[in-house]
Design a protein around this ligand. Sequence first.
Ligand code: FAD
Length: 419
Amino acid sequence: MKIAVVGAGVVGIATAYELAADGHTVTVFDKSAAACEEASFANSGLVAPSMQLPFAFPSEKGNATMRFLDTGRRLTRSPWSALQEIKSLWRWTHPHGPDTHAKQYASAQQLGRYSAERLQYVIERSQIEIERSEGQLVLVRTEQALQRLQPTLDALKTQDIACKVLSPEEARKQEPSLHSEAPFHAALWLPGDKVANCRQFALELKTVTQKMGVNYQFGADVQDLNLQPRPTLTVANSQGTEVVTADHVVLCTNRAPRHLLLKHPLNIPMVELHGYVLSVAVREPLNAPRSAVHDLHGNLVINRLGNRIRVSAGAELGPKPETKNAKVVNAMYRALELYFPGAANYPAGTQVWHGTRHTIADGLPAIGPSGLPHLSLNIGHGACGWTWACGSARLLADQIAGRLAAMTMDPMLPTRFLR
Ligand SMILES: Cc1cc2nc3c(=O)[nH]c(=O)nc-3n(C[C@H](O)[C@H](O)[C@H](O)COP(=O)(O)OP(=O)(O)OC[C@H]3O[C@@H](n4cnc5c(N)ncnc54)[C@H](O)[C@@H]3O)c2cc1C
């Protein structure tokens, strides 16, 4: 089939790879000037089947009201000042009843595990070299906080995801540079999680797909989509506007583009959560983290990517602010000095990236047939898009081919939002 993929982030490129591997003729359209200019640009790089990623899911405390208030308290910009933000927060926290939450979490972990295997397969098969390291250490401040994690530990066990509770001494064997005064009571060691450079992988894979015949068009904004009798896309580019036909269209646009889906009976409830990633050069490798260190209390991750350290933090609901939140940015610098003093060389290169997690209200992505002819979706990966990219891409390609999927897709089908 002739397939048009819209979006050249990590999800779009992984999807193009799997579709081309199945023998389809693939063209990828992206409105940006290059690949991975949006959410896949500088994320924190965790590939975490454990789902221990900041803001992957809202708080799971108590009833709906408790979850709503507790999640609101953890955001780094108060959601209480604007009605729209309160509505978004309500939408995000409301469907997560304890039972629903457990099921969604289990689906997320399954997809994470499948995806990590698929990532490894693609790396080996395509002989891609990327910066990566193994394991995530989750720091827990108090005994009470550790006890509150019991449901998480049970869920990891049910999913066969390896996790070990470590004392501070044991944790320092995994991360020898962790400062002696770092405030934590215990740590979870998740050996199956990884840190890997998302953008580097996607750009390398793009080259691989080009050799497989995939065509990329950048500066190509898909402005309209008609599906009947045959899909046509209206694409605006530097030459003007052109109409392109295809046999099938796959949206990998991260968000659910209203203007493309308006005419169609799909209403996907999305929540936008903006966050920050600080990247700095390593000054002294001996003082830098080996892999990922996650401060659960501060909702903050510090990790190592080659000769850089990345710190990610922050969650802001609502419209993306023009200016960066100085309080969050300062907290990232402070955390780096608290946990890994002397590791960073600030003058040698420092970047603060402000990105957006486009999250579907129930925490799972929308992967598969849209319920409309010739249109599939692979969107809404929220805080886990790098973790889920390679698995989602393969699952989607299998569905298009009419093959049996490697896992139960029902909770992730876009048709759950047919109105
Ligand atoms: C602060 C932060 C930290 C994160 N950390 C992690 C992490 O540690 N681990 C993890 O798994 N995930 C993480 N994520 C999430 C992850 O980065 C995203 O889920 C993932 O990059 C989404 O990839 P994507 O390809 O779907 O979207 P994108 O990379 O945003 O790509 C979508 C593309 O679609 C294009 N597009 C949209 N509309 C159109 C149109 N109409 N026409 C043409 N092109 C269009 C855009 O230009 C864009 O290039 C993090 C996100 C943030 C913000």
